[in-house]
Write a protein that binds this ligand. Structure first.
Ligand SMILES: C[S@@+](CC[C@H](N)C(=O)[O-])C[C@H]1O[C@@H](n2cnc3c(N)ncnc32)[C@H](O)[C@@H]1O
Length: 460
Protein backbone atom coordinates (compact mmCIF):
# COMPACT_ATOMS: atom_id res chain seq x y z
CA UNK A 1 0.00 0.00 0.00
CA UNK A 2 1.49 3.38 -1.04
CA UNK A 3 1.76 6.16 1.45
CA UNK A 4 -0.75 8.93 0.60
CA UNK A 5 1.95 11.51 1.15
CA UNK A 6 4.24 10.28 -1.65
CA UNK A 7 1.40 9.42 -4.01
CA UNK A 8 -0.20 12.86 -3.62
CA UNK A 9 3.19 14.58 -3.90
CA UNK A 10 3.75 12.70 -7.17
CA UNK A 11 0.33 13.66 -8.53
CA UNK A 12 0.94 17.33 -7.68
CA UNK A 13 4.36 17.33 -9.36
CA UNK A 14 3.05 15.54 -12.46
CA UNK A 15 0.22 18.05 -12.84
CA UNK A 16 2.51 21.08 -12.44
CA UNK A 17 4.75 19.78 -15.24
CA UNK A 18 2.14 18.41 -17.59
CA UNK A 19 -0.24 21.36 -17.46
CA UNK A 20 2.29 24.15 -16.76
CA UNK A 21 0.15 25.22 -13.82
CA UNK A 22 1.38 27.20 -10.80
CA UNK A 23 1.97 25.25 -7.58
CA UNK A 24 -0.63 27.14 -5.52
CA UNK A 25 -3.41 26.39 -8.03
CA UNK A 26 -2.47 22.69 -8.21
CA UNK A 27 -2.32 22.40 -4.41
CA UNK A 28 -5.84 23.82 -4.32
CA UNK A 29 -7.06 21.11 -6.69
CA UNK A 30 -5.80 18.53 -4.19
CA UNK A 31 -7.03 20.40 -1.11
CA UNK A 32 -9.70 17.90 -0.08
CA UNK A 33 -7.22 14.96 -0.31
CA UNK A 34 -4.64 16.98 1.63
CA UNK A 35 -7.16 17.98 4.32
CA UNK A 36 -8.05 14.31 4.84
CA UNK A 37 -4.40 13.33 5.51
CA UNK A 38 -3.08 12.98 9.02
CA UNK A 39 -0.72 15.83 10.02
CA UNK A 40 2.41 13.66 9.68
CA UNK A 41 1.56 12.68 6.09
CA UNK A 42 0.63 16.26 5.24
CA UNK A 43 4.01 17.48 6.48
CA UNK A 44 5.81 14.78 4.47
CA UNK A 45 3.86 15.62 1.33
CA UNK A 46 4.66 19.33 1.68
CA UNK A 47 8.33 18.62 2.38
CA UNK A 48 8.53 16.47 -0.77
CA UNK A 49 6.65 18.80 -3.15
CA UNK A 50 8.46 21.96 -2.05
CA UNK A 51 11.80 20.16 -1.66
CA UNK A 52 11.71 18.60 -5.14
CA UNK A 53 10.75 21.94 -6.72
CA UNK A 54 13.41 23.78 -4.73
CA UNK A 55 16.25 21.43 -5.65
CA UNK A 56 15.06 20.10 -9.00
CA UNK A 57 18.10 20.79 -11.21
CA UNK A 58 20.42 19.41 -8.51
CA UNK A 59 18.37 16.25 -8.17
CA UNK A 60 18.38 15.91 -11.96
CA UNK A 61 22.16 16.05 -11.93
CA UNK A 62 22.16 12.97 -9.66
CA UNK A 63 19.67 11.20 -11.95
CA UNK A 64 21.87 12.04 -14.95
CA UNK A 65 24.92 10.56 -13.26
CA UNK A 66 23.07 7.43 -12.11
CA UNK A 67 21.23 6.47 -15.29
CA UNK A 68 22.42 5.26 -18.70
CA UNK A 69 19.27 6.73 -20.27
CA UNK A 70 19.72 10.50 -20.75
CA UNK A 71 17.41 12.41 -18.38
CA UNK A 72 15.39 14.05 -21.19
CA UNK A 73 14.50 10.59 -22.48
CA UNK A 74 13.12 9.34 -19.15
CA UNK A 75 9.32 9.33 -19.06
CA UNK A 76 8.27 12.50 -17.12
CA UNK A 77 6.28 10.53 -14.48
CA UNK A 78 9.27 8.25 -13.84
CA UNK A 79 11.56 11.28 -13.64
CA UNK A 80 9.33 12.71 -10.90
CA UNK A 81 9.38 9.41 -9.00
CA UNK A 82 13.19 9.44 -9.16
CA UNK A 83 13.33 13.08 -8.01
CA UNK A 84 11.06 12.30 -5.04
CA UNK A 85 13.17 9.32 -3.97
CA UNK A 86 16.53 11.11 -4.38
CA UNK A 87 15.20 14.11 -2.46
CA UNK A 88 14.35 11.78 0.42
CA UNK A 89 17.75 10.05 0.26
CA UNK A 90 19.57 13.37 0.51
CA UNK A 91 17.36 15.55 2.71
CA UNK A 92 15.02 13.49 4.86
CA UNK A 93 17.12 11.81 7.56
CA UNK A 94 14.08 10.32 9.21
CA UNK A 95 13.11 8.33 6.07
CA UNK A 96 15.22 5.14 5.87
CA UNK A 97 16.95 4.87 2.48
CA UNK A 98 15.44 1.45 1.87
CA UNK A 99 11.94 2.87 2.42
CA UNK A 100 12.56 5.73 -0.03
CA UNK A 101 13.69 3.28 -2.73
CA UNK A 102 11.03 0.66 -2.01
CA UNK A 103 8.15 3.16 -2.16
CA UNK A 104 9.54 4.60 -5.42
CA UNK A 105 9.54 1.13 -7.01
CA UNK A 106 6.00 0.47 -5.75
CA UNK A 107 4.78 3.82 -7.07
CA UNK A 108 6.30 2.97 -10.45
CA UNK A 109 4.43 -0.35 -10.58
CA UNK A 110 1.27 1.58 -9.75
CA UNK A 111 1.48 4.31 -12.42
CA UNK A 112 3.61 3.01 -15.29
CA UNK A 113 2.68 0.36 -17.84
CA UNK A 114 6.19 0.37 -19.34
CA UNK A 115 7.79 -3.06 -18.92
CA UNK A 116 11.01 -2.85 -17.02
CA UNK A 117 10.18 0.55 -15.46
CA UNK A 118 10.28 -0.69 -11.82
CA UNK A 119 13.64 -2.38 -12.44
CA UNK A 120 14.98 0.78 -14.08
CA UNK A 121 13.89 2.91 -11.10
CA UNK A 122 15.41 0.44 -8.66
CA UNK A 123 18.72 0.42 -10.58
CA UNK A 124 18.99 4.21 -10.88
CA UNK A 125 18.22 4.68 -7.19
CA UNK A 126 20.74 2.05 -6.07
CA UNK A 127 23.40 3.91 -8.13
CA UNK A 128 22.27 7.27 -6.75
CA UNK A 129 22.40 5.95 -3.18
CA UNK A 130 26.07 5.05 -3.66
CA UNK A 131 27.33 8.04 -5.60
CA UNK A 132 25.11 11.16 -5.20
CA UNK A 133 27.78 12.94 -3.14
CA UNK A 134 30.18 12.88 -6.12
CA UNK A 135 27.98 15.18 -8.22
CA UNK A 136 25.87 17.10 -5.74
CA UNK A 137 28.28 19.99 -5.09
CA UNK A 138 29.98 22.09 -7.76
CA UNK A 139 33.78 22.11 -7.99
CA UNK A 140 35.39 25.14 -6.31
CA UNK A 141 36.86 26.40 -9.59
CA UNK A 142 33.49 26.55 -11.38
CA UNK A 143 32.79 30.14 -12.63
CA UNK A 144 30.46 32.18 -10.37
CA UNK A 145 27.15 31.89 -12.26
CA UNK A 146 27.54 28.20 -13.07
CA UNK A 147 28.57 27.49 -9.46
CA UNK A 148 25.54 29.32 -8.02
CA UNK A 149 23.23 27.63 -10.55
CA UNK A 150 24.57 24.21 -9.56
CA UNK A 151 24.72 24.73 -5.80
CA UNK A 152 21.42 26.58 -5.35
CA UNK A 153 19.42 25.04 -8.22
CA UNK A 154 18.64 28.35 -9.90
CA UNK A 155 18.48 28.90 -13.68
CA UNK A 156 21.50 30.80 -14.99
CA UNK A 157 19.39 33.45 -16.74
CA UNK A 158 17.93 34.49 -13.37
CA UNK A 159 21.37 34.60 -11.75
CA UNK A 160 22.81 36.75 -14.55
CA UNK A 161 20.03 39.30 -14.03
CA UNK A 162 20.53 39.40 -10.27
CA UNK A 163 24.30 39.69 -10.60
CA UNK A 164 23.91 42.64 -12.98
CA UNK A 165 21.66 44.38 -10.43
CA UNK A 166 23.05 43.37 -7.03
CA UNK A 167 26.65 42.26 -7.71
CA UNK A 168 28.17 38.83 -6.91
CA UNK A 169 28.29 39.05 -3.10
CA UNK A 170 24.60 39.95 -2.75
CA UNK A 171 23.58 37.47 -5.47
CA UNK A 172 25.30 34.67 -3.56
CA UNK A 173 23.31 35.70 -0.46
CA UNK A 174 20.04 36.01 -2.39
CA UNK A 175 20.60 32.56 -3.92
CA UNK A 176 20.67 31.09 -0.40
CA UNK A 177 17.62 33.07 0.71
CA UNK A 178 15.36 31.94 -2.14
CA UNK A 179 15.80 28.33 -0.97
CA UNK A 180 15.08 28.99 2.71
CA UNK A 181 11.75 27.99 4.11
CA UNK A 182 10.37 31.37 5.18
CA UNK A 183 8.71 32.06 8.52
CA UNK A 184 5.03 32.86 8.18
CA UNK A 185 3.64 36.28 8.94
CA UNK A 186 0.09 37.00 10.03
CA UNK A 187 -1.70 40.33 10.11
CA UNK A 188 -3.89 40.78 13.17
CA UNK A 189 -7.48 41.64 12.25
CA UNK A 190 -8.03 44.49 14.66
CA UNK A 191 -11.70 44.54 13.70
CA UNK A 192 -11.95 41.33 15.75
CA UNK A 193 -9.06 41.13 18.24
CA UNK A 194 -5.76 42.70 19.29
CA UNK A 195 -2.15 41.61 18.92
CA UNK A 196 -1.54 40.64 22.56
CA UNK A 197 -4.67 38.49 22.83
CA UNK A 198 -3.93 36.73 19.54
CA UNK A 199 -0.32 36.07 20.50
CA UNK A 200 -1.48 34.52 23.79
CA UNK A 201 -4.04 32.39 21.92
CA UNK A 202 -1.44 31.02 19.48
CA UNK A 203 1.56 30.77 21.81
CA UNK A 204 1.47 26.99 22.30
CA UNK A 205 0.12 26.17 18.82
CA UNK A 206 3.03 27.58 16.77
CA UNK A 207 6.76 28.06 17.30
CA UNK A 208 8.75 31.29 17.73
CA UNK A 209 5.87 33.76 17.59
CA UNK A 210 7.33 37.28 17.65
CA UNK A 211 6.28 40.77 16.47
CA UNK A 212 7.24 41.40 12.85
CA UNK A 213 10.02 44.02 12.72
CA UNK A 214 8.66 45.96 9.72
CA UNK A 215 4.92 46.40 10.26
CA UNK A 216 2.69 46.99 13.29
CA UNK A 217 0.07 44.40 14.31
CA UNK A 218 1.83 41.55 12.53
CA UNK A 219 3.35 38.42 14.05
CA UNK A 220 5.99 36.08 12.61
CA UNK A 221 5.84 32.39 13.48
CA UNK A 222 6.86 28.95 12.27
CA UNK A 223 5.83 25.29 12.60
CA UNK A 224 2.08 25.66 13.10
CA UNK A 225 0.45 22.66 14.73
CA UNK A 226 -1.63 21.33 11.81
CA UNK A 227 -2.94 23.45 8.98
CA UNK A 228 -3.44 27.20 9.33
CA UNK A 229 -7.22 27.01 9.07
CA UNK A 230 -7.27 24.79 12.16
CA UNK A 231 -5.35 27.24 14.35
CA UNK A 232 -7.37 28.86 17.14
CA UNK A 233 -8.83 32.18 16.06
CA UNK A 234 -8.73 31.40 12.33
CA UNK A 235 -12.43 30.58 12.00
CA UNK A 236 -13.23 33.69 14.07
CA UNK A 237 -11.37 35.83 11.53
CA UNK A 238 -8.73 37.00 14.02
CA UNK A 239 -5.97 37.06 11.37
CA UNK A 240 -4.92 36.73 7.73
CA UNK A 241 -1.62 35.25 6.57
CA UNK A 242 0.38 37.84 4.61
CA UNK A 243 4.08 38.60 4.16
CA UNK A 244 5.17 41.99 5.54
CA UNK A 245 6.18 43.18 2.05
CA UNK A 246 2.62 42.67 0.80
CA UNK A 247 1.27 44.50 3.86
CA UNK A 248 3.55 47.44 3.13
CA UNK A 249 2.02 47.83 -0.36
CA UNK A 250 -1.38 48.46 1.28
CA UNK A 251 0.20 50.87 3.78
CA UNK A 252 1.47 52.75 0.73
CA UNK A 253 -2.11 53.05 -0.55
CA UNK A 254 -3.24 54.24 2.92
CA UNK A 255 -7.00 54.06 2.28
CA UNK A 256 -9.10 56.15 4.68
CA UNK A 257 -12.51 55.49 6.26
CA UNK A 258 -15.37 56.58 4.00
CA UNK A 259 -13.40 56.53 0.74
CA UNK A 260 -14.23 54.69 -2.50
CA UNK A 261 -11.44 52.21 -3.23
CA UNK A 262 -10.72 49.81 -6.10
CA UNK A 263 -8.72 46.68 -5.34
CA UNK A 264 -7.91 45.85 -8.96
CA UNK A 265 -6.64 42.26 -9.36
CA UNK A 266 -7.90 41.42 -5.86
CA UNK A 267 -7.36 37.64 -6.14
CA UNK A 268 -8.26 35.90 -2.88
CA UNK A 269 -8.38 39.20 -1.01
CA UNK A 270 -5.12 39.31 0.92
CA UNK A 271 -4.89 43.05 0.45
CA UNK A 272 -8.66 43.68 0.46
CA UNK A 273 -8.86 42.58 4.10
CA UNK A 274 -6.01 44.91 5.02
CA UNK A 275 -7.65 47.85 3.20
CA UNK A 276 -10.92 47.30 5.10
CA UNK A 277 -8.98 47.25 8.34
CA UNK A 278 -7.23 50.56 7.61
CA UNK A 279 -10.66 52.00 6.66
CA UNK A 280 -12.13 50.76 9.98
CA UNK A 281 -14.73 48.89 7.92
CA UNK A 282 -16.23 52.20 6.71
CA UNK A 283 -16.48 53.22 3.05
CA UNK A 284 -16.71 51.22 -0.11
CA UNK A 285 -14.24 48.74 -1.64
CA UNK A 286 -14.71 47.20 -5.10
CA UNK A 287 -12.66 44.01 -5.41
CA UNK A 288 -12.19 43.18 -9.11
CA UNK A 289 -10.50 40.23 -10.76
CA UNK A 290 -10.70 38.35 -14.06
CA UNK A 291 -11.13 35.10 -12.11
CA UNK A 292 -14.63 34.73 -10.68
CA UNK A 293 -13.83 31.70 -8.52
CA UNK A 294 -11.09 33.65 -6.74
CA UNK A 295 -13.63 36.36 -6.01
CA UNK A 296 -16.05 33.82 -4.56
CA UNK A 297 -13.34 32.80 -2.13
CA UNK A 298 -12.63 36.46 -1.46
CA UNK A 299 -16.27 36.99 -0.43
CA UNK A 300 -16.05 34.09 2.06
CA UNK A 301 -12.79 35.51 3.34
CA UNK A 302 -14.41 38.91 3.98
CA UNK A 303 -17.24 37.19 5.86
CA UNK A 304 -14.69 35.35 8.00
CA UNK A 305 -12.95 38.65 8.79
CA UNK A 306 -16.20 40.49 9.59
CA UNK A 307 -15.65 42.92 6.69
CA UNK A 308 -18.88 44.20 5.11
CA UNK A 309 -17.79 47.05 2.83
CA UNK A 310 -16.60 44.95 -0.14
CA UNK A 311 -18.42 44.14 -3.34
CA UNK A 312 -16.87 41.99 -6.06
CA UNK A 313 -16.77 42.43 -9.85
CA UNK A 314 -15.50 39.80 -12.27
CA UNK A 315 -13.94 41.51 -15.28
CA UNK A 316 -10.92 41.83 -17.54
CA UNK A 317 -9.35 45.11 -16.54
CA UNK A 318 -7.26 45.33 -19.69
CA UNK A 319 -10.58 46.14 -21.39
CA UNK A 320 -11.01 49.83 -20.64
CA UNK A 321 -14.55 49.93 -22.10
CA UNK A 322 -15.86 47.27 -19.67
CA UNK A 323 -14.06 48.83 -16.71
CA UNK A 324 -15.60 52.31 -17.22
CA UNK A 325 -18.86 51.02 -15.65
CA UNK A 326 -17.09 50.75 -12.31
CA UNK A 327 -17.14 54.56 -11.89
CA UNK A 328 -14.32 56.62 -10.38
CA UNK A 329 -12.28 55.90 -7.25
CA UNK A 330 -10.40 57.89 -4.59
CA UNK A 331 -7.65 55.26 -4.49
CA UNK A 332 -6.74 52.25 -6.59
CA UNK A 333 -4.40 49.38 -5.81
CA UNK A 334 -3.11 47.50 -8.84
CA UNK A 335 -1.50 44.35 -7.48
CA UNK A 336 -0.66 43.24 -10.99
CA UNK A 337 -0.14 39.74 -12.41
CA UNK A 338 3.62 39.26 -12.64
CA UNK A 339 6.41 36.70 -12.96
CA UNK A 340 6.48 36.22 -9.17
CA UNK A 341 10.28 36.13 -9.28
CA UNK A 342 10.37 37.88 -5.90
CA UNK A 343 8.46 35.08 -4.17
CA UNK A 344 10.42 32.03 -5.31
CA UNK A 345 10.99 31.03 -1.68
CA UNK A 346 7.22 30.46 -1.35
CA UNK A 347 6.65 29.25 -4.92
CA UNK A 348 9.77 27.33 -6.00
CA UNK A 349 8.02 26.18 -9.21
CA UNK A 350 8.64 29.71 -10.53
CA UNK A 351 12.29 28.79 -11.04
CA UNK A 352 11.28 26.32 -13.75
CA UNK A 353 8.09 27.90 -15.15
CA UNK A 354 9.51 31.22 -16.29
CA UNK A 355 11.87 32.48 -18.97
CA UNK A 356 12.86 35.93 -20.18
CA UNK A 357 10.04 35.90 -22.73
CA UNK A 358 7.48 35.58 -19.92
CA UNK A 359 8.74 38.90 -18.51
CA UNK A 360 7.83 40.64 -21.78
CA UNK A 361 4.38 39.08 -21.67
CA UNK A 362 3.77 40.27 -18.09
CA UNK A 363 5.10 43.76 -18.73
CA UNK A 364 2.69 44.25 -21.68
CA UNK A 365 -0.24 43.18 -19.51
CA UNK A 366 0.90 45.44 -16.65
CA UNK A 367 1.04 48.44 -19.01
CA UNK A 368 -2.49 47.71 -20.29
CA UNK A 369 -3.86 47.43 -16.76
CA UNK A 370 -2.19 50.67 -15.68
CA UNK A 371 -3.65 52.50 -18.70
CA UNK A 372 -7.19 51.32 -17.91
CA UNK A 373 -6.92 52.16 -14.23
CA UNK A 374 -5.49 55.64 -14.75
CA UNK A 375 -8.87 56.48 -16.32
CA UNK A 376 -10.78 55.20 -13.26
CA UNK A 377 -8.97 57.41 -10.76
CA UNK A 378 -10.63 60.65 -9.60
CA UNK A 379 -8.64 63.84 -10.15
CA UNK A 380 -6.38 64.16 -7.13
CA UNK A 381 -6.69 60.40 -6.47
CA UNK A 382 -3.87 58.03 -5.60
CA UNK A 383 -2.94 54.79 -7.36
CA UNK A 384 -0.42 52.22 -6.12
CA UNK A 385 1.21 49.84 -8.58
CA UNK A 386 2.63 46.69 -6.96
CA UNK A 387 4.24 43.44 -8.16
CA UNK A 388 6.01 40.58 -6.37
CA UNK A 389 8.99 40.89 -8.67
CA UNK A 390 12.05 43.10 -8.81
CA UNK A 391 12.78 42.62 -12.52
CA UNK A 392 13.15 45.99 -14.34
CA UNK A 393 10.72 44.99 -17.14
CA UNK A 394 7.94 44.65 -14.54
CA UNK A 395 8.95 47.50 -12.24
CA UNK A 396 10.92 50.64 -13.14
CA UNK A 397 10.55 50.20 -16.92
CA UNK A 398 6.75 49.76 -16.74
CA UNK A 399 6.51 52.74 -14.42
CA UNK A 400 8.72 55.06 -16.51
CA UNK A 401 6.85 54.22 -19.73
CA UNK A 402 3.51 54.77 -17.91
CA UNK A 403 4.62 58.21 -16.68
CA UNK A 404 5.56 59.16 -20.24
CA UNK A 405 2.16 58.12 -21.56
CA UNK A 406 0.30 59.80 -18.68
CA UNK A 407 1.57 63.30 -17.93
CA UNK A 408 -1.39 63.69 -15.53
CA UNK A 409 0.22 61.15 -13.15
CA UNK A 410 3.15 61.99 -10.85
CA UNK A 411 5.03 59.75 -8.45
CA UNK A 412 4.54 60.42 -4.76
CA UNK A 413 6.43 59.45 -1.60
CA UNK A 414 4.59 57.22 0.91
CA UNK A 415 2.49 59.20 3.42
CA UNK A 416 2.60 59.22 7.20
CA UNK A 417 0.66 55.94 7.49
CA UNK A 418 3.65 54.07 6.04
CA UNK A 419 5.41 52.42 9.02
CA UNK A 420 8.56 54.20 10.23
CA UNK A 421 10.38 50.88 10.59
CA UNK A 422 10.10 50.25 6.85
CA UNK A 423 11.10 53.69 5.54
CA UNK A 424 14.62 52.42 4.88
CA UNK A 425 13.07 50.18 2.21
CA UNK A 426 11.98 53.18 0.10
CA UNK A 427 14.46 54.21 -2.62
CA UNK A 428 15.37 57.77 -3.63
CA UNK A 429 12.86 57.40 -6.48
CA UNK A 430 10.12 56.78 -3.87
CA UNK A 431 9.81 53.12 -4.82
CA UNK A 432 9.30 50.44 -2.19
CA UNK A 433 11.98 47.84 -3.02
CA UNK A 434 12.93 45.71 0.00
CA UNK A 435 15.60 43.71 -1.85
CA UNK A 436 17.74 46.85 -2.16
CA UNK A 437 18.15 46.59 1.64
CA UNK A 438 17.28 43.10 2.84
CA UNK A 439 16.45 39.64 1.53
CA UNK A 440 14.45 38.84 4.71
CA UNK A 441 11.28 40.04 2.97
CA UNK A 442 9.65 38.93 -0.26
CA UNK A 443 11.07 40.61 -3.37
CA UNK A 444 8.42 43.23 -3.89
CA UNK A 445 8.06 46.50 -5.77
CA UNK A 446 5.43 49.18 -5.13
CA UNK A 447 5.13 52.79 -6.13
CA UNK A 448 2.42 55.45 -5.78
CA UNK A 449 1.09 57.88 -8.40
CA UNK A 450 -0.99 60.97 -7.71
CA UNK A 451 -3.34 62.12 -10.48
CA UNK A 452 -3.36 65.84 -11.14
CA UNK A 453 -6.58 67.72 -10.51
CA UNK A 454 -8.22 69.91 -7.93
CA UNK A 455 -10.20 67.34 -5.97
CA UNK A 456 -7.11 66.22 -4.11
CA UNK A 457 -7.73 63.40 -1.69
CA UNK A 458 -6.63 64.34 1.82
CA UNK A 459 -3.07 63.07 2.18
CA UNK A 460 -2.42 60.66 4.97
C1 LIG B 1 -0.76 39.18 -7.85
S1 LIG B 1 -2.29 38.42 -8.00
C2 LIG B 1 -3.28 39.34 -6.86
C3 LIG B 1 -3.09 38.97 -5.41
C4 LIG B 1 -4.06 39.66 -4.47
N1 LIG B 1 -4.10 41.08 -4.66
C5 LIG B 1 -3.72 39.35 -3.01
O1 LIG B 1 -3.15 40.21 -2.33
O2 LIG B 1 -4.07 38.26 -2.55
C6 LIG B 1 -2.84 39.06 -9.55
C7 LIG B 1 -4.31 38.82 -9.88
O3 LIG B 1 -4.59 39.44 -11.13
C8 LIG B 1 -5.66 38.76 -11.73
N2 LIG B 1 -5.69 39.17 -13.15
C9 LIG B 1 -4.86 38.77 -14.14
N3 LIG B 1 -5.18 39.38 -15.30
C10 LIG B 1 -6.24 40.20 -15.04
C11 LIG B 1 -7.04 41.07 -15.84
N4 LIG B 1 -6.80 41.22 -17.14
N5 LIG B 1 -8.06 41.73 -15.26
C12 LIG B 1 -8.32 41.55 -13.93
N6 LIG B 1 -7.59 40.73 -13.13
C13 LIG B 1 -6.57 40.07 -13.67
C14 LIG B 1 -5.33 37.29 -11.44
O4 LIG B 1 -6.48 36.49 -11.51
C15 LIG B 1 -4.73 37.37 -10.03
O5 LIG B 1 -5.70 37.08 -9.07
Amino acid sequence: MQSDARKTALQVLIKIQAKHLPLDLVIEDFQSTINAMDPKDRRLMNAIVYGVLRWRSRLDRVIGASSRTPIQKIEPKIRDILRIAIFQLIYLDRVPESAAIHTAVELTKHISTTRGAPGFVNGVLRNAQKSWKEVYDPPENEPFTARMAWKHAIPEWMLLRWTARFGETKTALLSQYVNRIPAMTLRVNRLRTDTESLKALLDDKVKEITPNPWVPDALDFSHPEGSIDRLPGFKDGFFQIQDAAAQLATFMLAPRPGERILDACAGYGGKTGHMALLMQNKGDITAADINGSKLMRLSHEMERLGVHIVKTRTLDLTRGDAAMNLGRFDRILLDAPCSGMGVIRRNPDIKWNRDEKSLEHFSRRQAELLDTLAGLLKPGGLMVYAVCSTEPEETTEVVNAFLERHPEMKKEAPGTKFPQEARALITEQNDFMPWQETFELDGFFATAFRKSGRRKVVTS
